[in-house]
Design a protein around this ligand. Structure first.
Ligand SMILES: Nc1ncnc2c1ncn2[C@@H]1O[C@H](COP(=O)(O)OP(=O)(O)OP(=O)(O)O)[C@@H](O)[C@H]1O
Ligand SMILES: [Mg+2]
Length: 229
């Protein structure tokens, strides 16, 4: 199995002295679907930002798709990110006043593809998430679950090696949340590598691998069978 993410001894200290991550080792193989779970303030979002190359660690190494992040300039890093990584956030982060289709097409802005091609691929991605009949709806004309499906379509339209989702069901009722999790399972079956941050122990338990974080440390990882006190 090839490796998409390899973190070794990753520590993150924020200004003011908070050590949000403390010696994290984490490897994610191609085709995995895993939950990153843990209490509020345990370092989950910090971990996602570092895995997503939105932030750099204070110490330790981060390799994404075989590239050592420390050796890349910010410019090369953002190219790597736009090529290899898709993000989904709890609050959707769609552009208001813009159709679902153009929101999704935005996920291909740095692909170099012509606009007509981006819009055609956006239509395909919306069909994949079950929104073929909502292409021209703007965010305020969509339900919460539909907005999150648009955000997922935007994240996967460029077929990234890695999809990172931070509490993707956090703003949804349980039925819409279940639909979003089913969609992530489908995308994983089609080959996507997906890491999902969640507070919800039921959602975490439904995924093939669970990584538990506490106080910035990995305290359990079902892929390693490692359980610390
Ligand atoms: N920009 C920042 N500057 C300083 N401290 C920060 C910053 N961002 C996060 N922290 C601190 O780092 C720790 C980890 O934060 P993080 O956002 O990663 O937690 P989390 O596990 O995602 O929590 P939640 O479940 O509430 O989203 C917290 O103690 C937080 O206060
Ligand atoms: Mg968080």
């Amino acid at each position: 199995m090839s490796t998409v993410v390899r973190l070794t001894g990753v520590t993150k200290e924020y200004a003011g002295g908070v050590r949000a991550l403390d010696g994290v080792d984490l490897t994610i193989g191609r085709g995995e679907l895993l939950a990153i779970a843990g209490p509020s303030g345990s370092g989950k979002s910090t971990l996602l930002h570092i895995v997503g190359t939105l932030d750099r660690p204070s110490a330790g190494t981060v390799e994404i798709a075989g590239h050592d992040v420390a050796s890349l300039t910010d410019r090369r890093l953002s190219a790597l990110r736009s090529q290899h990584i898709g993000f989904v956030f709890q609050a959707f982060h769609l552009v208001p006043g813009v159709s679902a289709r153009d929101n999704v097409a935005e996920g291909l802005l740095y692909s170099g593809l012509p606009r007509a091609r981006r819009r055609a691929l956006a239509a395909d991605a919306l069909a994949r998430v079950g929104l073929a009949d909502r292409m021209e709806h703007r965010p305020h004309e969509l339900s919460g679950g539909q907005k999150q499906r648009v955000a997922i379509a935007r994240a996967v339209v460029g077929e990234p090696a890695l999809l990172l989702a931070d509490e993707p069901t956090g703003a949804l009722d349980s039925a819409s949340g279940e639909a979003v999790m089913e969609l992530l399972h489908d995308l994983n079956r089609e080959g996507a590598t997906i890491a999902v941050i969640t507070h919800d122990t039921e959602i975490a338990a439904g995924l093939p691998r669970q990584v538990r974080i506490r106080d910035g440390r990995v305290v359990a990882d079902t892929a390693r069978g490692k359980v610390a006190a």
